[in-house]
Ligand binder design. Structure first.
Ligand code: NAD
Length: 486
């Protein structure tokens, strides 16, 4: 059995209290690790180590030296690709075929992309006139913000954690990471890679535990943390924002969504089906950018629902390392109970279950896992729970619409605003839709096509701030203006 300890000041350490918790595989509910739970003392040690490292060798590196080491981190992940792959799939149950192409390579790429970004970024400068005619020169300097608290979720553990740690370190900060209690393995393993890549002790620290009254809350409440970057549920974001208000610390939030797809009758039908199947069901529907509401122009509605049903029924649940597997389990028994609760509620509220709506009955050890069937509903009212609330499972509701105006109204009728997908062959309409949809990210005739230099984040209750490319600089650095009288 693996034993997962905290990673503080370059070394793995257990909890002084001896408190631990079990990490289970969602594939078969087997315990895969004993994880140490941090108390206030371990969190304090991690924050102190991060603070000290700011003034240590890390703070004295040139940008070029920092960039070189971040490249070494990316190379280190790739060199141990199979270990990261196995650990990620053990924790999440996701198919190797998915993690091999998304989670692990993107986890490594996050270090290179942001290293390149800091290497190439310019700062602004303004010359100004002065009464004596000599003038003055203003120029901006970017300085690291300090100790960054990173709190990450379980759906794409390595990818979403490095999406924050990459830019934080590229900008010269140090970090204390609290991974999700459901998926601690790859965040823990990254400590070994950091040491091997020559990242000084104290720059990357990891503490394990839960949210409220545990490591998550202790970290966000710690006065030694200068800013907090968080990906997770909107409700958790509210709690973290309250903690961050003490000491007026900055936050960057990537939160929940209830993302729409709008499918017009003039779309490329096969592409729209393929994209919607991926957006609703990949990673077992546990993708923040995933589609849970599909609006289809009425002439296409019946045909679209039939093709989506066929695609959903083709998905094959199974062990992560089985190459035939195209659908993993949900992350935990608790999350499965929540998703099945929505499956029941949909029926209570009058849905037609086109497919799914129940657990998968699996055989052998997998019978104990967190399996649910991909589910498609039609016929729900616009205010039904399954149309309003984020479910975060492999399910979507499909509803017909009759005009572009109606489609925009329906798509925007949500407190969230993370992502939207539009499928149409009409260029003018595509641009009109992109401009009017309330979302931080709009995909036209695609989904999850990501250029890491572009702004990423949500509007409304889906987040605060944008990360990605130079936009990450806004959160991970302090911008200082220097005015020189000439
Ligand atoms: P969650 O909010 O339950 O937990 C996320 C992290 O916050 C975990 O590490 C957890 O331990 C910690 N946490 C919980 N309560 C806390 C508290 N009071 N103080 C400090 N830390 C606390 O989210 P989850 O269930 O792990 O992830 C799923 C959610 O994440 C969904 O809502 C999904 O939409 C969202 N998400 C958003 C994005 C995005 O980019 N917008 C990406 C992925 C996931």
């Amino acid at each position: 059995m693996r034993e997962i300890k905290h990673f503080i000041n370059g070394a793995y350490v257990g909890s002084a209290s001896g408190r631990t918790f079990a990490d289970r595989s969602p594939t078969d509910n087997r315990q895969i690790a004993v994880v140490h739970e941090a108390g206030r003392d371990e969190v304090d040690a991690a924050v102190r180590a991060a603070r000290a490292a700011l003034a240590g060798p890390w703070g004295r590196l040139t940008v070029a030296e920092r960039v070189e080491r971040l490249y070494a981190v990316a190379d280190g992940i790739n060199a141990r690709f199979d270990e990261f792959l196995e650990a990620e799939c053990l924790d999440t149950g996701k198919p190797y075929s998915l993690a091999r192409h998304v989670d692990i390579p993107r986890g490594a790429a996050n270090f290179k992309v942001f290293a390149d970004m800091v290497k190439n970024v310019a700062t602004e400068s303004f010359t100004m006139a002065t009464p004596d005619g000599a003038g003055a020169l203003n120029y901006a300097l970017r300085r690291p913000k300090g100790v960054i608290g990173v709190i990450s979720p379980w759906n794409l553990p390595l990818l979403l954690m490095t999406w924050k740690v990459g830019p934080a370190l590229a900008c010269g900060n140090t970090v204390v990471v609290k991974p999700s209690e459901e998926t601690p393995l790859t965040t823990a393993l990254l400590g070994e890679v950091m040491n091997a890549a020559g990242i000084p002790a104290g720059v990357y620290n990891v503490i394990h535990g839960f949210g409220p009254e545990s490591a998550g809350a202790f970290l966000t409440e710690h006065p030694g943390v200068d800013a907090i970057t968080f990906t997770g549920e909107t409700r958790t974001g509210t709690a973290i924002m309250k903690a961050a208000a003490v000491g007026v610390r900055d936050v960057s939030f990537e939160l929940g969504g209830k993302n729409p797809a709008v499918v017009f009758a003039d779309c490329d039908f096969d592409a729209a089906i393929e994209g919607t199947l991926r957006s609703a069901f990949s990673n077992c529907g546990q993708v923040c950018l995933g589609t849970e509401r599909v609006y289809v122009e009425r002439p296409l509605f019946e045909r679209f629902v039939a093709a989506l049903k066929e695609g959903a029924e083709r998905l094959r649940p199974g062990r992560p390392d089985d190459p035939q597997t195209t659908l993993g389990p949900l992350v935990s028994q608790e999350h499965r109970a929540k998703v099945l609760g929505y499956y029941a509620k949909a029926v209570e509220q009058g849905a037609t279950v086109v497919t799914g709506g129940e657990p998968f009955v699996m055989e052998g050890p997998l019978a104990e896992g967190c399996w649910v069937k991909p589910t498609i509903w039609t016929g729900l009212a616009d205010d039904a729970a399954c149309v309003r609330e984020e479910i975060f499972g492999p399910c979507c509701h499909v509803r017909p619409f009759d005009s572009e105006e109606e489609a925009v109204r329906l798509a925007n009728d949500t407190p969230y605003g993370l992502a939207a997908a539009v499928w149409t062959g009409n260029l003018g309409r595509a641009h009109r839709m992109a401009a009017t949809l309330d979302a931080g990210i709009v995909w036209i005739n695609s989904w999850f096509l990501r250029d890491l230099r572009t702004p990423f984040g949500g509007s409304k209750q889906s987040g605060i701030g944008r990360e990605g490319g130079v936009h990450s600089l806004e959160f991970y650095t302090e911008l200082k203006n220097v005015c020189v009288k000439l």
